[in-house]
Design a protein around this ligand. Structure first.
Ligand code: SF4
Ligand code: SF4
Ligand code: SF4
Ligand code: FES
Length: 307
């Protein structure tokens, strides 16, 4: 097979030229931690958590954006790599509220998982730990800028999957934040509440509002379902707790699959034991409406059940 041969943690692998070290490691079932990488999104290389040691190189390259080279020898968990990852996590925690005890994302949070994996219990760095206000004046998404680690996944998901470009980086240096244009709330922006951003966010910075207070992540039994309402076939999860479906969560974003709000609402109506009153955005804000109106089925309903 033409390609590039390399060694990762003493295991040999041959992969096509242009493959990244991260992808080659995955071929060998070697897990390299990532925060800003998602194979469905364009490469970003910002968080540096995926750094690895390459024999003969002085620096530690980011595995998600470094292509393999012939004869390369890679170590994914060497002492230097582990120390670098611990420092990166400590730096992230310096600006992160340590409220995992009550965080809705606990149990499903990459930052928490990696802090556990690398034994980071506290941070020696003095961060700002800003107390920025929550953005939750809409019925669908809670945006907590205090928990954002600036991985940029939501920015890319909104732009590359949804084609909406609602979220972007703003301000500079330590004040950098991910916000809608002019720093308005999501409810005031052009957001269509598809939750592609929520599905990719690795922390509790973007959360599904329907899920708030419904249970701890480990209490849910997620069941993957494909939305049957259009040919895109987007992925969602039915979240069961004690045998009842309590919510429908956005699944993984995928190119060509816009994962719309209507599909999520329709699945919520069909599967949830106690579906919430749907709301739509009007000129005066969000308003409670009938399910027929929320799903855009008024014309069909008028034909089926004429008044
Ligand atoms: S986002 Fe993750 S690390 Fe941060 S408080 Fe929540 S569970 Fe803990
Ligand atoms: S919900 Fe959809 S449109 Fe709104 S910010 Fe997230 S990805 Fe963009
Ligand atoms: S909101 Fe979430 S996905 Fe977006 S940059 Fe922050 S941590 Fe990353
Ligand atoms: S996952 Fe590679 S730099 Fe973030």
């Amino acid at each position: 097979m033409p390609g590039v041969s390399l060694t990762i943690n003493d295991k040999k692998v041959r992969v096509p030229a242009g493959t990244t070290i991260l992808e080659a490691a995955r071929e060998l079932n070697i897990t390299i931690p990532t925060l800003c990488h998602d194979k469905r999104l364009s490469p970003f290389g910002a968080c540096r958590l995926c750094v690895v040691e390459v024999r003969g190189r002085k620096n530690l390259p980011a595995a998600c954006v470094t292509p393999v080279e012939e004869g390369m020898t890679v170590l994914t968990e060497s002492p230097a790599v582990v120390e670098a990852r611990r420092t990166i996590i400590e730096l992230l925690l310096a600006n992160h509220p340590l409220d995992c005890l009550t965080c809705e994302k606990s149990g499903n949070c990459r930052l928490q998982d990696y802090a556990y994996r690398y034994g980071v219990k506290r941070t020696p760095f003095e961060g700002t730990r800003d107390q920025l206000p929550l953005d939750d004046n809409n019925p669908f998404i809670i945006r907590d800028p205090n928990k954002c680690i600036l991985c940029g996944k939501c920015v890319r998901a909104c732009q590359e999957i949804r084609g909406q470009a609602v979220l972007g980086f703003a301000f500079r240096g330590p004040a950098t934040r991910v916000v809608p244009p002019l720093d308005v709330s999501l409810g005031e922006s052009d957001c269509v509440f598809c939750q592609n951003c929520v599905a990719v966010c690795p922390t509790g910075a973007l959360r599904d509002k329907y899920l708030a207070g419904k249970g701890r992540w480990w209490e849910f039994q997620p069941e993957a379902v494909t939305c049957p309402f259009c040919a895109n076939g987007c992925h969602f999860y039915l979240l069961r707790k004690e045998g009842k479906v309590v919510a429908v969560a956005a699944g993984g974003a995928a190119p060509g699959r816009p994962m719309c709000l209507r599909g999520r609402l329709a699945l919520t109506l069909i599967f949830c034991e106690e579906p919430p009153q749907p709301q739509i955005k009007t000129e005066k804000g969000f308003a409670a409406v009938s399910w027929t109106e929320a799903l855009g089925l008024e014309e069909l309903a008028g034909k089926l059940w004429p008044k």
